[in-house]
Design a protein around this ligand. Structure first.
Ligand code: ZN
Length: 114
């Protein structure tokens, strides 16, 4: 990978970290609505709980991805970045553009079932 490419991916990672952090704040706000907006209606309360579970799941997924992006950000200037951890082949740039936090090439990722 050339220094220009590293700078390019670094910028992509920075943007995605910023976007994801914002998304996590939005999800958090949905999980913990302001007091006083709650309802004593039982049916509404149940659907609120179900919605809350969906938000919790989204929050967990987003947090995991954010951690992977932060990790990638620390690695982007090292020779490790963009190289598959399993087969040590270079990860295609197109894949890194979509998922700059990728640690594995598509073939190895599929094999790991992640
Ligand atoms: Zn691989």
């Amino acid at each position: 990978m050339t220094p220009d490419q590293r700078a390019y991916f670094k910028a992509i990672i920075e943007t995605q970290i910023a976007e994801l952090s914002e998304e996590i704040e939005t999800i958090k706000a949905a999980i913990y609505p302001n007091r006083g907006e709650g309802t004593s209606d039982k049916v509404a309360h149940i659907s609120f709980k179900q919605e809350q579970n969906v938000h919790f799941q989204r929050h967990a997924e987003a947090t995991k991805r954010l951690n992977r992006l932060r990790h990638a950000y620390l690695k982007v200037d090292t020779a490790e970045y963009g190289v598959c951890r399993e087969c040590e082949e270079e990860i295609p740039l197109g894949r890194l553009e979509l998922m700059p936090e990728s640690l594995y090439c598509v073939a190895c990722m599929n094999e790991r079932g992640e």
